[in-house]
Structures are given as structure tokens and as C-alpha cells.
Design a protein around this ligand. Structure first.
Ligand code: SAH
Length: 208
């Protein structure tokens, strides 16, 4: 049977595919070049780094599909002065991409081993506008709130209220929500009211 996912052999092909699929933000494409995805996956799956598909990162977790990383980043409309909260550091790939666009990134990871390896990796890359925390992302990171933008990279049945409380007025949050059927939801906060917009269907590992 033919693999439905086209094999992309290198970063250049992946960038071309992202453009064809509608990613327009040049800064995001630059970030993909600056932080090659192969640096965020283990040796056994390195050959698949530039395929537009999720890959295992151990502990039953996955690094998201590159298109989804780019798409979610684009939807956040990140400005250089933004402080961004990310829930689910995982490999640190999405964190690195966010760090290229935002002023500061605060990322929370629940699994100690992933937290530690992401910390090491981001330090080795010389990324110094990221703060990582080991803990339950459903609680957000009160100490550094409010955030201009929030991205959740694991699916909850409902968007945790605490996260929307930590979103600044004028801010945007994006999260996969749902159980069997998941959708990306975009939340826009104005005058302390949340506008909730359902976006595309997705498939994420669950928020634990
Ligand atoms: N953004 C990641 C993809 C992560 S997969 C990347 O680019 O690699 C989802 C991640 O969310 C996993 O690492 C998982 O351990 C983490 N996670 C799941 N539930 C969580 C929670 N309650 N708080 C923080 N992190 C959580």
C-alpha cells in the first residue's frame, strides 16, 4: 500500500511544502530553517525529520506534524514584543519556533525526562528567551501571567479555564480540544470576554 504521506527528504522540500500548503509568515519559515527539526528527534527517526508527519519522542508523546506547528504559530499572530505561554514542551521544537518570533516564551512540560532533554537542547542552541517549567500546564504559569498568546500542544476535553484567565485582554490562545474528534479552537479575549472559534480538525496526544 502506498504511504499517503509524501516522503520529503530535506528541509528545503519541507519549506516548499509548507508554502504550498498556505504558510505565509516568512518569519515562521525562517525559524524552520534556523532550528532544523532533526535536532529535536532521536537518532532512530532522524531520517524522517522532514516528513510532514508527527514522530515519536518517547514516553508515548510525539513531536507534532511540521505543518501544524507552522499553522498554529501563524494563527497566534505573534508580534516581536509578545510573551507566549506554551503548554507541552515535548521535544522543544515548537518552543524554539515560538522563541524566534516572540520576545519571551514560557513553556510547561509534565514529563521530567522530556523537560530535561528539551532544556538541554534549547540551551545548546543558544536560545535564551525561553523559560521552562516542570509541572501541570493546566494551571498555566501564574507568576509570569498575563500572556499575550497561549498555545496548548496536547488535547484537553475542555480548554482549562485557568489558561484563559492568564490570557491578556487583546490576546489569542490556540488549543486542540476534544476527545475522539478534536478540533483546534482559537480564543480571542476582549474586555475580559472570550470569543471562541472552531478551526480545523486535528489529532493530538491527550493532555494528562
Ligand atoms: N510541542 C511539542 C509536542 C508535544 S506533544 C513538540 O514540539 O515536540 C504534547 C506534550 O504535552 C508532551 O510532551 C506531553 O508530555 C505534554 N503534556 C501532556 N499533558 C501535559 C500537562 N498537563 N502539562 C504539561 N505538559 C503536558
Amino acid at each position: 500500500m502506498q504511504n499517503p504521506i509524501k516522503k520529503l527528504n530535506n528541509l528545503k522540500e519541507l519549506i516548499e511544502e509548507l508554502k504550498r500548503d498556505g504558510i505565509k509568515n516568512q518569519k515562521i519559515l525562517e525559524a524552520f530553517e534556523k532550528y532544523p527539526r532533526e535536532l529535536f528527534v532521536s537518532t532512530d527517526v532522524k531520517n524522517f525529520s522532514y516528513q510532514n508527519s508527527p514522530l515519536p519522542i518517547g514516553y508515548s508523546q510525539t513531536i507534532s506534524q511540521p505543518y501544524i506547528v507552522a499553522y498554529m504559530t501563524e494563527k497566534l499572530e505573534i508580534k516581536p514584543e509578545d510573551r507566549v505561554l506554551e503548554i507541552g514542551t515535548g521535544s522543544g521544537f515548537q518552543t524554539a519556533i515560538l522563541s524566534y518570533l516572540a520576545k519571551e516564551v514560557f513553556s510547561v512540560e509534565r514529563i521530567r525526562e522530556l523537560y530535561e532533554s528539551a532544556k538541554k537542547r534549547l540551551e545548546e542552541l543558544g536560545i535564551n528567551n525561553v523559560k521552562l517549567k516542570l509541572g501541570d500546564g493546566k494551571e498555566g504559569w501564574l507568576e509570569y501571567s498575563p500572556f499575550d498568546k497561549i498555545m496548548v500542544t496536547a488535547a484537553a476535553k475542555e480548554m482549562p479555564d485557568e489558561l484563559l484567565l492568564q490570557l491578556r485582554n487583546g490576546g489569542i490562545a490556540i488549543a486542540p480540544v476534544g476527545d475522539y474528534m478534536q478540533y483546534l479552537y482559537i480564543y480571542k479575549k476582549r474586555d475580559n470576554k472570550i470569543e471562541k472559534i472552531r478551526d480545523i480538525a486535528v489529532s493530538f496526544v491527550p493532555l494528562i
